[in-house]
Design a protein around this ligand. Structure first.
Ligand code: ATP
Length: 272
């Protein structure tokens, strides 16, 4: 099978200030940061610390970024894997990857384990697909549940999962002692988009005042996710550089938006 697909970062270098908006989600995540930093305070009072949190929201809205920021704020390592990477053609690979992930997490604790696209393994058992065709995935999910039940809720390992389809997840995942928390991550409104532009624009040399650019672009980008906004910012810089400009101007961002929207249209055409 493939070499390790578990991504390990001892320091993410990401903190809350890199995550724009999402004020309510940050408050919830701060609780996890506190568990990781001060487990003793909770243990002393006999509190059972949540083992996991699901981040639920549309693609590109900063779920991975927020999980990384949680690790960064708590100064703990970040182990990540995509749910789709568990599933292989060969029987037994999924469960063994789950075991491997948690063995590594235990050796690195305190740490955060991030499972992106958790719906790929976490879909409700016994639903969809061909009869018997989902055994490998179900075994993988069962192994995940076993692992989560296996470590004590001491706050030393916090498992975070990301999905945009919480509705299809197996309810067993959300039982107490597993993913105890569900945190909603919503698509940014105009204020949120301006905040995301304020995070990404300072990387560029701008032709106009940053605040003015952020405000203008936020009104022009309804429906854009954080990932698409980061894309617009970088594309704008690429376009300006290609035209040998000294600074990135509004017209460059306009061209960048057209390009990002073009990409989105192509994507939705393939999907339908
Ligand atoms: P997916 O569901 O597709 O995995 P996601 O919700 O995990 O997406 P991220 O991978 O965290 O999204 O976002 C991709 C990139 O978009 C980030 O690395 C960042 O550059 C930018 N971005 C997204 N949301 C935000 C935000 N709230 N603040 C700042 N940047 C953001």
């Amino acid at each position: 099978s493939k070499p390790t697909i578990i991504n390990k970062e001892t320091k993410t270098g990401v903190t809350f200030k890199d995550v724009a908006g999402l004020a309510e989600a940050k408050v919830e995540v701060m609780e996890l940061v506190d568990f990781l930093k001060n487990p003793e305070r909770y243990k002393k009072l006999g509190a059972k610390i949540p083992k996991g949190a699901l981040l639920v929201g549309p693609p590109g809205t900063g779920k991975t970024l927020l999980a990384k920021a949680t690790a960064g704020e708590a100064s703990v390592p970040f182990l990540s894997i995509s749910g789709s990477d568990f599933i292989e053609m060969f029987v037994g690979v999924g469960p063994s990857r789950v075991r491997d992930l948690f063995a590594q997490a235990k050796s690195m604790q305190p740490c955060i384990v991030w499972i992106d696209e958790i719906d790929a393994v976490g879909r409700a058992r016994g639903k969809g697909g061909m009869a018997g065709g989902n055994d490998e995935r179900e075994n993988t999910l069962n192994q995940l549940l076993v692992e989560m039940d296996g470590f004590s809720s001491s706050g030393n390992i916090v498992v975070m999962g990301g999905t945009n389809r919480a509705d299809i997840l197996d309810p067993a995942l959300m039982r107490p002692g597993r993913f105890d928390r569900t945190i909603e991550i919503s698509a940014p409104d105009i204020k949120g988009r301006a905040e995301i532009f304020r995070v990404h624009l300072p990387k560029l040399r701008l032709a106009d005042e940053l605040e003015e650019v952020a405000r203008k672009l936020s009104t022009l980008t309804p429906g854009f996710s954080g990932a698409e906004i980061a894309n617009v910012v970088n594309e704008g810089a690429l376009i300006a550089a290609r035209h040998k400009k000294d600074a990135v101007g509004i017209d460059d961002f306009h061209a960048a938006m057209d390009r990002v929207i073009g990409g989105l249209e192509k994507k939705s055409k393939v999907m339908t």
